[in-house]
Structures are given as structure tokens and as C-alpha cells.
Design a protein around this ligand. Structure first.
Ligand SMILES: *Cc1c(COP(=O)(O)O)cnc(C)c1O
Length: 454
């Protein structure tokens, strides 16, 4: 076993990783086609022929709908606004409680606040990293109206169990599938297993239009409400015969023709992108599955993974060093991942959402505590310890790799697996060296790592 780079040995790889190149000649000519047409947006904010957007927008939406069997697809200018739209469309009102994941992009919970709803965080299943059905059940009250699930890192939540709970308590289900486009849960497309779902098209997602999002639903009434919220619904409810007009103060969340034209070409590449990531993900699974102290994600039959991130659960006791030292040791064996500004393994994902000041101070809309103070006699608290599985993932267990992506090939990912194996094989030597170092030298060694890593 050669000496670890963290101890001055030769790294596994110094050659830079290839970058992700997402735009090709297809996207360029699509963009030019729109520029030549001189119609950069086809929307008009009043009922009529142009209420649902122009030619490219409609074609983009139809392409997703037909490919995955969604009855309705509604483009939006981001999934952040898309989730707000979904929350409004299912009828969330001030004081309604919505069960959310504490471990996600912040909009997976803040979307609820925009309609005065109150995010209630349930804990995660430690293997799926998605809402634990048993924890959801424990959070249900007479005020609960919906569950907003996240298919985190691109692996679907346990939808059978979640839909069963929803049916039992009469709750709406919104799927945040931002990281899971084209993914299946037990043979069914995610996004329309619940009442409504959405995908993100921001720059970091599998396919993108710079910014953008897409909502999907098999419920025509919810779809119409989404279209009204997207485009100044206040002007159009009468024309569309909508009687239940609550939450129909529309906004402007419209997707442009330019984005849609690029999105059409991006969409054509989605299946290839998912197949490529699956190949790399499965390769890593094979390499890592028997390493003591590292737990790879189990994929159930009929479900697929988009590998938005490649997650590994780390057991400090078994591996023998801290997660932080482990990831630094791996980082020093490799170049930086490129595209994502992090190390080949990053730790912890995001801080559990409820630990942010928004929830700790319970100040969201205005300064008086709305909506957290809306329900008389009910106090909402978000203490540390609220979701212990999530906090443990954040503090100790979760490692994420951004290396399973386009641009990377098996040879590149092989170097990553080799680096992990090398570090695992060198743990004893690493521990012995650290124990032998005088404290001043240890400080220098750690500082050297910091300089290399950052
Ligand atoms: C990216 C993302 C969003 C937000 O999508 P935008 O299009 O960037 O607004 C929401 N939820 C999750 C889980 C995401 O990863």
C-alpha cells in the first residue's frame, strides 16, 4: 500500500477531472431559432389564446407530458416558484400545517410559508434520506393539510407508505422531484404519484435552462389553478369558470420561449444523462459496497436513482477516523471535482432547515410572527433534537460525491474509488502518524490540508 497523500505520499491522481459541458450545437441552434423569430415570450397575462404561453413553451411541456405519461405539465421560471404554485394550487391557507423534509433545498419548506402555511418537519429514513412515514404519522394534527416530500439526491421517497398516510388523513401530497427528473418509484414516474410534483431546471440540475422548473399533475383542476397562479390568475378566473378563487392572486412565473427552446433540446438528452449516471453509480456501488464503515444506498426493485449526488453513510467508529479527516485524506488523493466547488466527498449536505434563524426566531412574513402565531393556543417550536436522524446525518454520517455526472467516465470514477480504498487501507498508518506528531506539527499538518483542500 503506497503512502497516503495526506502523509506526504503520491496522490492517486493529479490530472484534472473533465468538466461538465451541458450546451451543444442543438441548444445553440434552438436559441437562434427563437431569436430569429423575435418572439422571446409568447405569454399574455389575460385569458385567451396566449394565456398558456407560446409555441416553444407548449411544445416543451407536451414533450415531458407525453414521454412520462403526465396528464398536465406546466413550466415555471424556477422550481422555487413552482413549489409555491403547487402549495397555492392544492389550497393551503394561513394556519394550515404542511409536513416537510428538514433536509433539502430551503424552498422545499419556505414554499409553504408564502400562503401562510406552517412547515412541520418530520424526520428522515436513514437509508433513503427521505421522509420517514412513521415520523410523518407522529406529526399529524387536525390542522395538517399536506405532505411535501422530497426525492433527495434523486432517489424516490417511500411513496406507497406516504400515499397511504395521505389517504387515511385526507392530505394532499406534493412531490419535490427537483433532483429526480425521469425517475421511477416501483415502476411509476415520480411527480404524479402524489397530487402534484415538480422538477427544477436550474444550472446545477441534470438538464437545465439556466433557471426554470416544471410542474406535473394528473389532476386537471390543480393544473388549471397552477396556470392561473403562473400568469396573473386574478384577471382570468371568470373567463376560465373558476369558482374556488382562493390563492388565485396570480403572479408572473412564466417560462420564456428561449428557455423552452433550449429546454426541448436538453430534454432529449435526459435519458442518456440518466443512463450515464446510473453506469457510474453502479460502478461505485460495486467498488464501495464491501468497505467496512461505508454504507451505500440500496435501490429497491422497480425504482431508479438519478445520482444528483452520490450518497454514502459513514460510520466513524468502524472506519476509525472522523468523517472530516477521512474526506480530507480522500481529497488530497485527487484533483478538485470541477463544476461543483467542493471536494470529491463533501460532508453533511445542508444544515437541518429548522435550525436556521427563520424557524428559530419564527419570523417569516412581516415582523409579528406570522404565520407561526396564526393558530390561537398553538405554539410552534423547532428545537435542536427535533429530527435526530437528520441531525446525525448532518453532523456525523453523510458523505456526498458530486463526481457522478456527465463529463466523467469510468476511468475517472475509478480513480475516485481507488482513492477511497487507498485511504481506508492507510487508516492505521494515518492514526499512528497523527498520534506520533507533536501538537505543533499536527497543527501544521492540518493547516497544510486546509490549504490544499480549499
Ligand atoms: C434545486 C432544488 C429546488 C429549487 O429549484 P430552483 O429551480 O433552483 O428554484 C427545490 N428543491 C430541491 C430539492 C432542489 O434541489
Amino acid at each position: 500500500m503506497s503512502k497516503l497523500a495526506i502523509l506526504g505520499g503520491t496522490p492517486v491522481r493529479t490530472k484534472e477531472f473533465p468538466n461538465r459541458v451541458s450546451m451543444g450545437s442543438e441548444e445553440k441552434s434552438a436559441a437562434l431559432r427563437v431569436l430569429d423569430s423575435d418572439i422571446l415570450s409568447g405569454f399574455v397575462g389575460a385569458a385567451g389564446k396566449f394565456f398558456n404561453g407560446g409555441k416553444e413553451v407548449v411544445e416543451f411541456e407536451n414533450l415531458w407530458a407525453q414521454t412520462y405519461g403526465f396528464k398536465n405539465a406546466i413550466s415555471v421560471n424556477s422550481l422555487t416558484t413552482g413549489l409555491q404554485t403547487a402549495v397555492g394550487a392544492v389550497g393551503i391557507e394561513p394556519g394550515d400545517e404542511v409536513i416537510c423534509s428538514p433536509y433539502s433545498m430551503s424552498a422545499s419548506a419556505t414554499s409553504v410559508l408564502f400562503y401562510g402555511g406552517i412547515p412541520i418537519f418530520a424526520d428522515l429514513d436513514q437509508n433513503r434520506f427521505t421522509l420517514d412515514p412513521a415520523s410523518i404519522e407522529r406529526r399529524i394534527t387536525p390542522r395538517t393539510k399536506a405532505i411535501l416530500v422530497v426525492h433527495l439526491f434523486g432517489y424516490p421517497a417511500d411513496m406507497d407508505a406516504i400515499m397511504k398516510i395521505a389517504a387515511k388523513h385526507g392530505l394532499s401530497v406534493i412531490e419535490d422531484a427537483a433532483q429526480a427528473p425521469g425517475i421511477y418509484y416501483k415502476g411509476r414516474s415520480v411527480g404524479t404519484i402524489g397530487d402534484i410534483g415538480g422538477f427544477s431546471l436550474n444550472f446545477h440540475k441534470h438538464i437545465h435552462t439556466g433557471e426554470g422548473g416544471l410542474l406535473v399533475t394528473n389532476n386537471d383542476e390543480i393544473a388549471l389553478r397552477c396556470r392561473l397562479i403562473r400568469n396573473h390568475g386574478e384577471n382570468a378566473t371568470e373567463a376560465y369558470g373558476v369558482e374556488e378563487i382562493s390563492n388565485m392572486i396570480g403572479s408572473n412565473y412564466r417560462f420564456t420561449e428561449l428557455q423552452a427552446a433550449i429546454g426541448i433540446e436538453q430534454f432529449k438528452k435526459l435519458k442518456g444523462i440518466l443512463a450515464h449516471r446510473t453506469k457510474l453509480g453502479h460502478y461505485l456501488d460495486r467498488r464501495l459496497k464491501s468497505i467496512p464503515g461505508l454504507t451505500i444506498q440500496q435501490i429497491e426493485s422497480g425504482s431508479t436513482h438519478s445520482y444528483y449526488m452520490y450518497p454514502v453513510r459513514f460510520d466513524e467508529e468502524i472506519v476509525g477516523i472522523s468523517r472530516n479527516l477521512f474526506l480530507r485524506a480522500v481529497a488530497l488523493e485527487l484533483p478538485k471535482p470541477k463544476f461543483w466547488d467542493t471536494t470529491p466527498f463533501a460532508e453533511g449536505y445542508v444544515k437541518p432547515l429548522y435550525l436556521n434563524p427563520l424557524y428559530q426566531k419564527k419570523i417569516a412574513i412581516g415582523k409579528k410572527g406570522f404565520p407561526f402565531n396564526f393558530n390561537p393556543g398553538v405554539t410552534y417550536d423547532y428545537p435542536k433534537g427535533l429530527c435526530p436522524v437528520t441531525e446525525k446525518l448532518y453532523e456525523k454520517e453523510l458523505l456526498l460525491s458530486p463526481l457522478v455526472r456527465e463529463g466523467m467516465d469510468i476511468d475517472d470514477i475509478k480513480d475516485f474509488a481507488d482513492a477511497i480504498e487507498k485511504v481506508v487501507g492507510g487508516i492505521r498508518e494515518l492514526k499512528d502518524s497523527l498520534a506520533g506528531l507533536a501538537s505543533g506539527m499536527l497543527y501544521d499538518a492540518v493547516r497544510a490540508i486546509d490549504e490544499n483542500v480549499s
